[in-house]
Design a protein around this ligand. Structure first.
Ligand code: NAD
Length: 476
């Protein structure tokens, strides 16, 4: 149960912002200009379903237009409200600045439980919502570009893109009006996995610096680390899968809506994911202990805790009992400002949401660029790259022949070296680079300034400074 003194999500974001700006020297008034949300549009629209008119409420907030278009996902959830959407839009501004994607911050929400509707009903609702937003340029390739978030995915993005195209039949850049689309509707390879992949790259960068590992009281690398994940949706599933399959981490806990699975020997992420898709929950999953009180597993002993479901799950009530020394905020706002204070005092290291889940917007940026350039990444260079590598391999083999074949290239090396990069590899490479560089900018502030105790404050400092520079460059 949440303590009554708990700040709201929006207040948490403001408190964290204020803590950072108190360490900065911003011109008078600029701090307020950066903090406030520029506008929020509320729409109520009707859709005729099951023989009667149903009214839905949706929001689109624009936090900062220091760069345009503005960018941010659209969330479908029964409890979406204006404050939450505005907090998420603010986080988008800072996130985009931190990972250097050229966007302002925005976010949208529709108050709906998508599980209560059939697919064709969701399509009608989504198209109508998209129509209302596009009519006001709140969906637009050069002004406001949505993406998936909780409760939405490729399917909804394809409907939105199609709706926009129907309303703007001569706009050659129509596909760039939304990201997170399926590949066959103008999407990009690697977008679905992007946020979870970004979480993996973030952790890899964390484990590259012994100072960071020591701050969390850990040792070694990701191999064998015990991980608990909350929410096995898009973000949580991909993060857990990649960490287990590629880095040797052990997923010992998976927390879902209806309970949690726990096994110190490690859970089979793929099997749990399949079970979840089929049964809608973790209950009844064989081969692992099922805890009906899922949230309690957040407190279990582990090395890395990945909240990847929703906001406010680590709060004043449970913060003191969280035993993970390292938390990576894959969800937006999972740790409240009050809990953040408690955890900081305990020495828990938190890799903040603003950075940790920025993989989604980074690959969305690549998708937007792809849509505007109307060409798949790698299409021009791939075969040329392969031909040049073939030249090197031929020359090395000729040398080997002339030296009596005393050495040779291994088939594995030849195969890897000869293959030119396809779009997926280029996207992963761009994402990896982005996540490393953004982490390094936070790390520099974290270790370099004696008045900065944590990565979250460091992230805000880097991001706010960039937004402020952008305002200054405009003469504001
Ligand atoms: P999703 O809808 O695909 O998955 C959410 C998962 O959390 C689902 O499996 C759901 O059953 C589970 N869940 C919901 N309530 C829960 C609860 N009380 N306890 C435990 N599990 C619960 O959503 P997603 O896209 O993976 O987003 C998750 C979080 O990541 C959100 O905070 C979102 O804002 C953030 N995020 C998503 C993206 C993206 O690209 N999808 C990008 C950046 C940030």
């Amino acid at each position: 149960m949440t303590n009554v003194k708990e700040p709201s999500f929006r207040e948490s974001v403001d408190l964290m912002f204020n803590r950072a700006v108190s360490l900065m020297d911003l011109p008078p008034g600029l701090e307020e200009k950066i903090r406030v949300c520029n506008s929020t549009y509320t729409v109520r629209f009707g859709v005729r379903l099951r023989g009667k008119m149903q009214t839905f409420t949706g929001y689109r907030s624009v936090h900062s237009e220091h760069m345009e278009p503005v960018k941010g996902g659209i969330r479908y959830a029964a409890n979406v409200h204006q404050d939450e959407v505005e907090a998420l839009a603010a986080l988008m501004t800072y996130k985009c600045a931190l990972v250097e994607t050229p966007f302002g911050g925005s976010k949208g929400g529709l108050r709906i439980d998508p599980r209560q509707y059939e697919e064709h009903e969701l399509e009608l609702i989504t198209r109508r919502f998209a129509y209302e937003l596009a009519k006001r340029d709140l969906i637009h390739p050069s002004q406001n570009v949505p993406a998936p978030d909780m409760g939405t995915g490729e399917r909804e993005m394809a409907w939105i893109a199609d709706q926009y195209a129907r309303m703007n039949t001569t706009d050659i850049n129509a596909r760039a009006c939304v990201t997170g689309k399926p590949l066959n509707a103008g999407g990009i390879a690697g977008r679905v996995e992007a946020t979870g992949r970004g979480v993996q790259y973030a952790l890899r960068e964390f484990f590259r610096d012994p100072r960071d590992i020591e701050k969390a009281g850990l040792s070694g690398g990701l191999d064998g680390k015990r991980v608990i994940v909350q929410g096995l949706g898009n973000v949580g599933y991909h993060a857990a899968k990649f960490l287990a399959q590629e880095d040797g981490a052990k997923i010992i806990g998976i927390i879902e809506r209806d309970g949690a699975l726990f096994d110190t020997g490690g859970l089979d992420v793929e099997a749990v994911h399949e079970w979840l898709s089929k049964h809608g929950g973790v209950a009844g999953f064989p081969n692992a202990a099922v805890h009906a009180e899922g949230a309690a597993v957040l407190e279990a002993e582990c090395d890395i805790l990945i909240p990847a479901a929703l906001e406010g799950v680590i709060n004043l009530e449970n913060a003191a009992r969280i035993s993970a020394p390292l938390i990576i905020e894959a969800a937006n706002g999972p740790v409240t400002a009050g809990a953040d204070d408690i955890l900081r005092r305990k020495g828990t290291v938190i890799i903040p949401d603003m950075y940790a889940n920025a993989g989604g917007v980074t690959v969305s940026y690549f998708e937007w660029v792809k849509n505007l350039s109307h060409i798949r990444f790698g299409r021009m260079q791939r075969r040329q790259e392969e031909a040049r590598h073939q030249l090197v391999v031929d020359e090395l083999e000729r040398l080997s022949d002339s030296l009596g074949k005393t050495w040779s290239l291994t088939p594995d090396f030849k195969q890897k070296y000869l293959r030119g990069a396809d779009e997926l590899e280029l996207v992963r490479s761009g994402l990896d680079d982005t996540m490393r560089i953004a982490y390094q900018s936070m790390r520099e502030v974290w270790h370099g300034r004696s008045d900065v105790e944590d990565l979250r404050t460091a992230a805000y400092l880097v991001a706010i400074d960039r937004v402020a520079s952008s305002y200054r460059a405009k003469g504001l």
